[in-house]
Design a protein around this ligand. Structure first.
Ligand code: NAD
Length: 445
């Protein structure tokens, strides 16, 4: 399941081909490993607004070196621009003034974060226009930056200024290797405060996390990353996957349950297990998913039903049962796994895309309703290299892998890191988001 094109372009002969034919040349992306610094270099903080002071203090708290003044000849690993002070379209030129001189001073896999105010929460029409403009700026810069760099926009609601820690830690570090051109919203719905993370190395210490579909692929990596961050993982998968699930969960010293999440009594069985063995749950990741592709003209009802049931109905029913029984702990997290197909649509995937767009609806529907600082968010992966995508025909797979700003497919760990960001106790203000983990795929952009 390796990316043979990427290995080829890294070879001397491959580099010659790339250069002469103008082919895409994927950069080896930085990925975080325990013990490594969050940011391997200095971050320049620019702009002036209600977040500037807090950003500098947050970076300091995270152990990230920052400066307000770039030095000529220096190379930087990250740029953070506080655009909350921009109140009119004319003032947007501050973006050009800050970024243009710095764009050639970035290291590989550099991180750019633009901070703004939710356009719907601005005070004047002029400010709303200026803040909305940040999206176009960010998405374009994401396509320009190259060399494995990422560019993301974080809208911070008034009152949510103190909630930046977990979000900056994610977007400035290699944990966001495959997340670019995205807009995250802090404090848009629900609480505008964040719990302090006691231990940055093990932010999930003492937490219990359910991961469905944990025996392989993305689910396995989610289980591994949540365990790395300190959580006890309850992995769930179908009985046919029992031996793979057992070996993953054994390694993580976790707990497991084999059942089909679409079974009529699955929500009750999960709730019963959680109650008896753990007393409650802090993080619920609805990862299990299937595809049964056919053009609609040839779609049998059972293909339609099975996809909708696994990907959408089961997460809804399980969440409802856990919430109704009061088993989701305070500051809990409900996390869905959508897909780029749910945003852009895809030939042969009316059933799958409907289910994955439904996951976005699930986030929208719950976000305003949850109590006790419980949040709901989803990731929407693009092309992630797993057994699911290995089954895609070669030509389609090649196009899928290259049609993004990184010219490569993502890894399951990239999805898992985004989920770990949502799961952090410091992410209470991160509610109602759907962030794509797609290397800024051109589809549905
Ligand atoms: N791989 C990608 O590129 C990609 C892209 C977008 C979204 N996704 C989504 O990410 C999630 C994981 O995908 P993956 O590529 O790792 O897939 P995968 O097929 O490798 O793994 C899916 C897991 O879910 C389990 N599962 C399926 N039906 C189940 C059921 N009824 N009850 C319990 N467990 C069940 C499977 O046994 C398997 O372990 C899915 O929701 C998928 O739709 C994947």
């Amino acid at each position: 399941m390796s990316d043979r094109y990427q290995s080829f372009t890294a070879s001397p002969i491959g580099q010659l081909f790339v250069k002469n034919l103008g082919l895409p040349s994927p950069v080896k992306l930085d990925r975080w490993t325990p013990g490594a610094p969050l940011v391997d270099g200095t971050v320049v903080v620019g702009g002036e607004g209600r977040l500037t002071e807090g950003v500098v203090a947050t970076l300091d708290g995270l152990g990230v070196a920052s400066t307000r003044k770039a030095e000529e000849g220096e190379k930087y690993k990250g740029l953070v621009f506080d655009a909350t002070g921009l109140k009119t379209a004319e003032e947007l030129v501050a973006l050009q003034q800050f970024f243009t001189p710095l764009m050639r001073s970035l290291k590989t896999c550099a991180r750019v974060v633009v901070l703004g105010t939710n356009p719907t929460q601005t005070e004047t029409a002029e400010e709303r226009i200026a803040q909305r403009a940040l999206e176009g700026f960010t998405r374009s810069l994401g396509k320009e930056i190259g060399k494995g760099g990422t560019v993301n926009l974080v809208y911070v609601a008034p009152g949510a200024e103190s909630t930046l820690d977990s979000t900056l830690a994610f977007f400035l570090s290699p944990k966001s290797a495959y997340v670019s051109g995205q807009v995250a919203r802090l404090g848009a719905t629900g609480t505008k405060k964040a719990a302090k993370v006691a231990d940055q190395e093990k932010p999930l210490a003492g937490k219990v996390a359910i991961v469905t579909g944990a025996s392989r692929g993305i689910g396995e990596q989610i289980a591994r990353v949540l365990h790395r961050d300190g959580a006890t993982v309850l992995g769930i998968d179908v009985p046919q996957a029992a031996s793979e699930l057992t070996s993953v969960i054994k390694e993580l010293d976790g707990d497991l349950l084999t059942l089909d999440i679409t079974a009529k009594d699955a929500p009750q069985r999960i709730a019963h297990h959680v109650k008896e063995k753990h007393g409650g749950v802090d993080i619920v990741v609805h990862n299990a998913g299937i595809t049964r592709d056919k053009k609609l003209a040839n779609m049998a009802e059972d293909r339609w039903d099975s996809v909708i049931n696994v990907n959408l109905v089961a997460p809804e029913r399980i969440t409802r049962e856990l919430l109704d029984q009061g088993l989701v702990n305070k500051n809990g997290r409900i996390i869905g796994v959508s897909s780029i197909a749910g945003i852009a649509g895809n030939v042969g995937q009316t059933n799958y895309a409907a289910s994955k767009a439904g996951v976005i609806g699930f986030v929208d529907a719950l976000a305003g309703d949850l109590k006790n600082d419980i949040t709901v968010n989803a990731v929407a992966p693009g092309f992630i290299i797993t057994q699911m995508t290995a089954a895609v025909p070669f030509a389609t797979r090649e196009v899928g892998q290259r049609m993004n700003a990184m010219s490569q497919g993502g890894l399951p760990v990239d999805v898992a890191e985004a989920i770990a960001w949502y799961a952090s106790p410091g992410s209470t203000a991160v509610n109602g988001n759907v962030v794509r983990v797609c290397g800024q795929m051109m589809l549905g952009a």
